[in-house]
Design a protein around this ligand. Sequence first.
Ligand code: ADP
Ligand code: MG
Length: 457
Amino acid sequence: MDIEEFLKLADSVVFSETEKHLDDLQKAVLRGVWDGQKYSEIAEECYRTEAYVRNLASELWKMFSGILGENIRKSNIRSSLERSQSAYFLNCKNDSFNISNVHICSNNPSSIIPKERSPSPPKQQQIDLGTAPDIKKICDRTHQLKTLQNWIIQENCRLVSIIGLSGIGKTTLTRYLIQTLQPEFEAIIWRSFYTSPSLEITLKNLLLFLSNQSLTELPVSLEEQLSLLIEHLRTKRCLIILDDVQTLLNQGTLAGQYHPDSKNYSLLFKLIAETSHQSCLILNSWELPQDIVTLTDDNAPIRCLKLSGLGSAATEILHEKRLKDEEQWHLLIETYQGNPLWLKIVANMIQDIFRGRVAEFLKYDNLYLGEELTEILKQHLERLSKIEKTVITTLSQEKQPLGIAELIEISKLPATDVFKAIQSLERRCLIETEEQQQQTYFKVSPIIQQYLILNCQ
Ligand SMILES: Nc1ncnc2c1ncn2[C@@H]1O[C@H](COP(=O)(O)OP(=O)(O)O)[C@@H](O)[C@H]1O
Ligand SMILES: [Mg+2]
């Protein structure tokens, strides 16, 4: 077997099981492994960090382990696939195993079985989902999916942001969304920004992908690179997803200010938002860059979806975790704001300690944070500016929601500082509002209040 046959075999094995082809980066990792390269060498060739490639490879081995039914690692992927090829060849009585026609059969029903599948899409598609998670069954997000599909397909929005607290489901929703949007686009690329890559690396990445890796030399100047990118976005319909964009933004200042090292991303985002083309950029973030907030408008092709909790749909998560006392579940969902990650964390704890008995847990401490949730909240609250910290701490110390006048009085901050802090905290989804008799009142959710009480004395 040579490398091309190896890649075809790997691809067909994956396709048979998932109906998805390997993307360029996954193939690059397999190619590197075939060549005996180290992860650091593969990373260098793919213009990625070593950690990124390691992560991607680990996902790949997990996927192959599930498909081939054995523990797959870098060291045995090649031999396992070769072995599986001969096993399937021997087991196939009627159908022959044919790599180039992507045809595999198996007598093991849980293994590689060619599935009924729709004919391949009419257009030649380029897809690189990077480290996007696998698609899985999710609780109801029909309304949000419809809104996003409408913005992107009917209204041809050029820039769509999805913002919300960590764990609320931005990545999951977007992964689901692109599955439904796939036929509409000629090229789809997903990049996760958890390593806050420089604009130079991101642009190089996008340009190489959009040119089908045929770009031999990048234009020298940033302006030329940006205009080449726009050229691609004009000539084909591309979908670019940038996940975890908050890593480009500063800590300790008001929401949405770029980190000094990432300031030039503003050029990329504004250009994509304001120039005419047929593509779409999706940004997922805890907060939006300030310039995108300014551009976002119902009358422009630039929109933002503030993702909130799952509401009663979250009961599915509690079912999956096999919790008991269903009549009390609404209390958990309300307290943990329907945040799927937070609910999973608390459900695990209730399962571990109370064998799933929610009523018993609620007798003790229905504002359990634990280390995991504390760490998540810490990351959000560490980002705040001084005036935001003062305002949110003031809110957390009050039993009732506070109006602006009371906030100014209790926090002892100048009115303009309170305005700025409130606006910024709202943009970070960290405070909630209530309207009473033509007045707006502000409050923090019980979980954030609990965190602040325990950690900010
Ligand atoms: N609609 C949903 N239904 C069920 N689980 C969900 C849903 N959305 C997210 N999750 C789960 O919640 C966790 C956090 O989701 P994720 O998309 O990573 O959040 P975010 O990107 O906002 O931080 C994951 O374990 C994910 O599987
Ligand atoms: Mg995410």
